[in-house]
Design a protein around this ligand. Structure first.
Ligand SMILES: [Zn+2]
Length: 352
């Protein structure tokens, strides 16, 4: 009976955790950043015939250039490259989303990636603290980018033949479009798989962003990382915990009492747990056990001395789910519908 009691408690307790992981290290800066607003304002071309007004015409041209090219820090070569925006977006779509995905999902990815690149460029015009020589980088820290040459090396010529045209179509078909909220450019986060429901950013970071709210994300079942199960012996589990918290007085007998779920996010991901008095974020536990997300539950089989960690989704869960976007595309939604589903209250319009 006692064993059953422990098992029950464990399952209850652990059905639980929430992730807080951040695949893309993202720092939210509150909306209303004047840099963004002003730039967009200035971007309206003013065509006047008077000689006096000619000076004003130079401003939109200058801003326009800002949107045509992006300065990108290449994490592989450690050099800064100046790339045409649309060419850069093609390399991001190809790196961030499988070429097999539905064309409308690829288009949604193109618009999200373009918007993300421009909002970062505007915000970090003097360089990002993590890479001061450029506002964005080619790593997952910002958003992954691969050149055509790299794609060819990684996937082979057949892949290029099959999918490059489709990726070009997705980017060219949404050329210049961005995602706006209340007239301001957004910073649209995205992730691989939500596990059925996306996360509200305020449950992961302290900031509240009106367009990064939790929404249902059906049709993800085909995603390879929709659900994942890790099985450990109780001793392995304890060893891993002690590797990080050597002081933790945790053993086979007291494990069920020593691990406590403290807080879940509104979507049921693990926000905070306590291990023998040590407070951990769900993301720390995610990192510790290499979990796909903080949407996990832990079950203990005291008889077999086995612990199972079942994880749903992959990534931080904020914004657009790429697998969910693919599912929506297959169900007949277009890219605008996909974006408006995952980014609450936004509009899609040209960047300039
Ligand atoms: Zn970066």
């Amino acid at each position: 009976m006692r064993k059953f009691g422990i098992y029950f408690t464990m399952v209850l307790m652990i059905t639980i955790l929430l992730p807080t992981v951040i695949v893309r290290t993202f720092k939210f800066v509150p909306r209303g950043n004047s840099v963004v607003g002003e730039s967009l304002q200035e971007n309206i071309p003013i065509v006047k015939e008077e000689k006096k007004e000619e000076v004003k015409e130079e401003i939109p041209v200058k801003i326009s250039n800002k949107y045509d090219n992006v300065k990108v820090y290449n994490t592989r070569t450690e050099k800064v490259e100046e790339l045409g925006l649309e060419d850069y977006i093609k390399g991001v779509v190809a790196a961030e989303m499988p070429g097999e995905f539905h064309i409308e999902a690829l288009k949604a990815q193109a618009v999200a990636a373009r918007t993300y690149a421009i909002s970062r460029t505007l915000r970090y015009s003097e360089g990002h603290p993590a890479h001061p020589s450029a506002p964005i980088c080619t790593g997952i820290h910002c958003q992954a980018y691969l050149s055509l040459e790299q794609l060819s090396q990684i996937h082979g010529d057949k892949w290029i033949e099959n999918y490059w045209g489709k990726i070009e179509e997705a980017v060219d078909g949404t050329r210049g479009l961005g995602i706006f909220y209340d007239g301001e450019i957004t910073e649209p986060m995205y992730h691989s798989t939500s596990g059925g429901q996306t996360e509200d950013i305020k449950d992961v970071y302290s900031s509240d962003v009106p367009y990064l709210k939790s929404v249902l994300s059906p049709n993800e079942e085909g995603a390879p990382k929709f659900k994942n199960l890790i099985t450990l012996t109780t001793d392995e589990f304890i060893q891993t915990i002690k590797g990080k918290y050597p002081e933790a007085k945790i053993d086979r007998d007291n494990i069920a009492e020593k691990i406590k779920l403290i807080e879940k996010t509104s979507t049921g991901r693990v926000k905070r747990i306590a291990i023998d008095g040590n407070l951990l974020d769900g993301s720390e536990l995610r990192d510790l056990f290499g979990l796909n997300s903080t949407n996990f539950k832990i079950s203990l089989d005291n008889k077999l001395n086995i612990i199972e960690i079942e994880t749903y989704g992959y990534g931080h869960g904020i914004g657009m789910s790429q697998w969910g976007a693919n599912g929506m595309g297959k169900e007949g939604s277009n890219y605008q519908e996909i974006l408006k589903h995952y980014y609450t209250g936004v509009e899609i319009k040209p960047l300039q």
